[in-house]
Ligand binder design. Sequence first.
Ligand SMILES: [Zn+2]
Length: 356
Amino acid sequence: MKTRLRANLFLLLPVTCFLLLNFICFLLVPPACLAVDDLFDIKPVADGIYAAIAKPAYKVNCNAVIILLDDGVLVVDTHSKPSAARALIEQIKKLTPKPVKYVVNTHFHWDHYQGNEAYPSSWPAGVEIISSEATRANIQRLGIPRIKNEIVSMPQEIARLKSDLEKASNAEQKTAIQENLRQAEAYFAELKLIEVTLPTMTFDHSLILHRKSRTVEILWLGLAHTNGDIFVFLPKERVLCTGDSLHGWTPFMGDSYPYDWIKTLDAAEKLDFDAVIGGHGDVMHGKEKFELWKQYFQDLMERTAAVYAEGASLDEAKKSVSDFLVKKYAAKFDPGFPNSVIGNVAKAYQVIAFPR
Ligand SMILES: [Zn+2]
């Protein structure tokens, strides 16, 4: 069902409330919240459309997409923490005086929605946060408990970094661990203060913004990386934003539906686009990466099914299937591929051994 998004009239909150929020932020947030403009490389992709490519961080930030509309801005994804979203907001303000009116969460993973609160607190007059129905439900059912778990596990992570720091054998290593420790401590402090901000507008299959200057199609095309991933498609400019359904790193498959994911990528490929902005890594072009991921998923599932049928244990499957995949694909993915692939084999084994 296609829904036309109509202009919304929001109550304007008093200016004092806005100032108060900023003052509270100033008092409460860790130093990282105040760091601005060095977290993203802003790359123009088409007229009024920018990819915000996240720079490496200890707690990863996803990319964002900044889409200028006639009367406001639409931003795709909000990173792992409000301070990262605030840093991007500062960069957006250098591009345009228009307010952000729409934020899209491509899916429920921590590195794509935990910064949501930064947008309504920066524009208290009203920001609609848009996601699929499944993503909103996933944030409530899975995202919030995962934050609570991370708050419990972070002190151990910080202790591990401190112990690594003591063992560091050279100055270069020491500097790198010190920086990671600083970011981990800032993230932990911020995590405890996160106000989970849920999407305010959901849809089942598609939501289309019809504007004079451009049309923005927000599409759910099937099960993929999660059950709620969406694509943001700009038909006139031939730009497709894919979230983590397709990006420049190795796919993370923990919450995925591998067989459906292949079909969903097939459906996305039918759209007419050139530039592709994924949730991680650089801007891509054309359909090459779609073909790579589909072939990778196919090989992963076929090989795992074959060794499972021969009676391989999970550990045996991890070894033999990942050996095969590393040989065939390591040069085509990021340097972390050999480590990530083991988790993917475990997921494939689970899907094959316990079909839904
Ligand atoms: Zn991600």
